[in-house]
Write a protein that binds this ligand. Structure first.
Ligand code: BV8
Ligand code: ZN
Length: 244
């Protein structure tokens, strides 16, 4: 089927859907200038995310890990939501039974006004105390390279889910519910490599949802989805909101 007819089919399905769930990855923020993980711009000092975003790396060299997060915070602080983030926010207002699951820690969905969302891998503008566990917002740019807890003066870490760490239980419960109950799952800008998020499309598919993928390129998920639209998220997602 041509892109035109695929687009029309997806718009029809969205306009008649009761419950809509959206899953996003780094690709939706690429058009805002946030580096993706697997793209050419994904490396920092030749480190892959999997090398630095781990409790072991922080144990070994917390300064290095904070330097990396500080670099990303300085970069993300210069970015703004794009038309894809804004279209997802409009979809939330248009559809009563809506939920957004994002793997992105950049906070751009929040900045676009999204409210019904789970940031399943955390948020780069939040810090957590490694001792008392206190979590607080912190928008310092730059941030002190080894920031301290205001309560107990212990070292703070990014309030982010690292590789080898499990997701927050409340987010896992919410994700399980909205994946099982949705009529449509939109999967936008994710390579579908990192678990458990990489398994979400098949959960929704198994419970009867229509699954559509929007991505620049094919992904390991492309084989299981019902429909794929290839292109930039900022160009395609707003089209889904246009009248039929
Ligand atoms: C866990 C925060 C339980 C950090 C992140 C099963 C099989 C194999 C491995 C595992 C498994 N289960 C668990 C694992 C291990 C691991 C994992 O999946 N490893 C991978 C590498 C194989 N998972 C975990 O460790 C998870 N925890 O399982 O805990 C547990 C605990 C203890 C013991 C046992 C089990 C935790 C995972 C979370 C890690 N944290 N982020 C930080 O950001 O600092 S993951 C991070 O990487 C992102 O959040 C995201 O999830 C992922 C990157 O993927 P994408 O967002 O999709 O980005 P990517 O660059 O890859 O792709 C971009 C896509 O966009 C591309 O397809 C591209 O074509 C497209 N694109 C680009 N531009 C555009 C576009 N599309 C549209 N428009 C554009 N303009
Ligand atoms: Zn503390």
């Amino acid at each position: 089927m041509s892109r035109g007819s695929d687009l029309t089919l997806l718009k029809e399905k969205l306009s008649s859907a009761g419950a809509i769930t959206v899953l996003t990855g780094a690709g939706i923020s690429a058009d805002s200038g946030v580096p993706t993980f697997r793209g050419v711009d994904g490396l920092w000092r030749n480190y892959r995310a999997e090398d630095l975003a781990t409790p072991e790396a922080f144990e070994r060299d917390p300064r290095l890990v904070w330097e990396w997060y500080n670099w990303r915070r300085e970069l993300i602080a210069t970015t703004r939501p794009n038309d894809a983030h804004r279209a997802v926010e409009r979809l939330e207002r248009r559809c009563t039974d809506f939920w957004l699951i994002t793997q992105n820690v950049d906070g751009l969905h929040r900045d676009a006004g999204s409210q019904k969302l789970s940031e399943i891998h955390g948020n780069i503008w939040k810090v957590r105390c490694t001792d008392c566990g206190a979590v607080e917002d912190n928008r310092d740019v730059p941030i002190a390279i080894l920031p301290r807890c205001r309560r107990c003066d212990s070292v703070l870490r990014p309030h982010i889910v690292w590789f080898g760490e499990s997701l927050f239980a409340k987010d896992l419960e919410q994700c399980a519910m909205v994946l099982r109950n949705c009529d449509i799952l939109l999967v936008i800008g994710t390579s579908g490599v990192v678990y458990p998020a990489a398994g979400f499309a098949s959960i929704a598919k198994q419970t009867g949802a229509f699954v559509a993928e929007i991505n620049l390129d094919p992904t390991p998920q492309s084989a299981l989805v019902d429909l794929t639209l290839h292109g930039r998220a900022k160009d395609i997602v707003p089209l889904l909101l246009e009248p039929l």
